[in-house]
Design a protein around this ligand. Structure first.
Ligand code: PM9
Length: 458
């Protein structure tokens, strides 16, 4: 009989977590105005709020930290990272930033102007925020299949080429600074984009003279799905697939807190020297000198190692299989999920979970609060609160997908933790008919309201 695989690491350091009672959790979440971002971390048993910056670094990464060069200019850590980006991703030019949205801020300052449109596949909220902050508009061109959570499709992150070409025909090229492809596509459920689709977007965009940018936070997970699902890639290494993926892009933004397996950091990768020069100007204003851009030398060193580790098959297999284990347990119990399972998270379909509640009750948020009260598990809403208001009409936007995301930090939790998460959500599912109302907003910020929103029970 074939042996099962196991995690390709053993644990050297642990951090205690504490259980709490249901009564304590009700008190804490009420004081937090039903916004899970307002909870203290010690009020949470299993924290699936995000997989961003929450991973466990390896001994190689900690060793690299000790070798960090903190010189203001020209640090060896910068050159280590530059070399890793060139070798793994393939871009000649790069700028470090303190995290992903900072990379967006710098690059978009150089590229996006008021009145422009930026097509893409379900732009992430910070990406959309940085587009709308510049009084430009994000246009969603994701394939329709992504919005039917019951449909099995190998690449639900794909861009619909007809939708994209419609944008290219409707607007002059001066109005479209670039198309942005998010790999994997977080907002549609951690779903991958195929190489075929990346290539087709690149060819179409070349025809219309439009640049292609990747939002690359989970690029390695995307490559893993390509290896498993796309014909012709089964025998290629993850690193070979990554190189090909990026060969179809002109530039990239990166939140290194995800597939860089570091706690903080980001960068912009570029092919074109002229764009690098323009972006460097904004990097110096917003982030720091071009050879550190908001990152400590030690963190750049850890990131160089993290990029290498994240693009190894055995690491990706253990990560993505753990998520699938959680997904399968929930699916077997009938919990409605986005399928196939995502690369970094399980996305629970709150519309199908709570079909009797009106959308104005913020279904995914309601579910997130219920799961926290049930089991001390913190997930995050990817739904109408996150979708924010329309910048023109200021009306609430109710997206097609109303999801509760359970994002799994890298190399942090065990299969036993997954059992607790699954049972907690299954318990909520079994009493779902007793959930008769959700929440209304009492206070919100003008942009990216989900971080600080205050709610009350309806
Ligand atoms: N994503 C996430 O949890 C962290 C912020 S919301 C709790 O999924 C993509 C695809 C992301 C992303 C962050 C960013 C921004 C850009 N693109 O958080 O600024 O998923 O490093 O990256 C989060 P930073």
């Amino acid at each position: 009989m074939e042996l099962p695989y196991s995690e390709p690491y053993k644990i050297k350091m642990v951090e205690p977590i504490y259980p709490s009672t249901r009564e304590e959790r009700v008190k804490w979440i009420t004081a937090a105005k039903f916004n899970l971002f307002n909870l203290k971390s010690n009020q949470v048993l299993i924290d699936l709020l995000t997989d961003s910056g929450t991973g466990a670094m390896s001994d190689r990464q900690w060793a690299a930290i000790m070798m960090g060069d903190e010189s203001y200019a020209g640090a060896s850590s910068y050159y280590n990272l530059k070399e890793a980006i060139k070798n793994i991703i393939g871009f000649d030019y790069f700028l470090p930033t303190h995290q992903g949205r900072a990379a967006e801020n710098v690059l978009f300052s150089a590229m996006v102007k008021e009145g422009q449109v930026v097509p893409g596949n379900s732009h992430f909220d910070t990406t959309k925020g940085h587009i709308e902050f510049r009084k430009a508009h994000a246009i969603d061109c994701t394939i329709d299949e992504a919005f039917n959570t019951t449909l099995e499709h190998p690449f639900k992150g794909n861009v619909d080429l007809n939708k994209l070409e419609k944008v290219y025909k409707e607007y002059p090229k001066e109005k479209i600074p670039f198309v942005i492809i998010t790999i994997t596509c977080n907002s549609s459920g951690g779903q991958p984009v195929s190489i075929e689709n990346m290539k087709a977007v690149s060819e179409l965009s070349k025809k219309y003279g439009i640049k292609v940018i990747y939002d690359s936070a989970r690029f390695a997970e995307n490559a893993y799905f390509i290896k498993l699902r796309e014909k012709g890639y089964e025998n290629k290494t993850i690193k070979e697939i990554v190189k090909e993926m990026f060969s179809y892009a002109d530039a990239m933004t990166m939140s290194s807190k995800k597939d860089g397996i570091v706690n903080i950091g980001g960068f912009i990768g570029m092919r074109d020297e002229e764009l690098f020069k323009q972006a460097s100007f904004y990097n110096i204003i917003f982030e720091g000198y071009i050879t550190y851009g908001g990152m400590a030398g030690r963190d750049m060193n850890a990131l160089a190692v993290g990029l290498d580790e994240a693009t190894e098959f055995v690491y990706l297999q253990s990560r993505i299989e753990q998520i699938a284990y959680l997904g399968k347990k929930l699916k077997d119990a009938g919990v409605p999920l986005q399928q196939p399972f995502g690369g970094h998270a399980i996305f629970v379909d709150a519309k199908r979970f709570l079909p009797n509640l009106p959308k104005e009750h913020f279904l995914a948020q309601t579910l997130a609060v219920e799961l926290y009260i049930e089991a001390g598990v913190r997930g995050v809403e990817i739904g109408a609160i996150l979708a924010d208001r329309d910048p023109d009409t200021r009306e609430n936007r109710f997206p097609d997908l109303e999801l509760l995301r359970l994002a799994i930090p890298r190399r942090v939790y065990t299969y036993k933790h997954m059992d607790v998460v699954a049972q907690g959500l299954i318990n909520v599912f079994e009493r779902r008919n007793e959930i008769l109302s959700g929440y209304r907003i009492v206070k919100e910020a003008p942009l990216m309201r989900h971080f600080t929103v205050e709610l009350e029970k309806i």
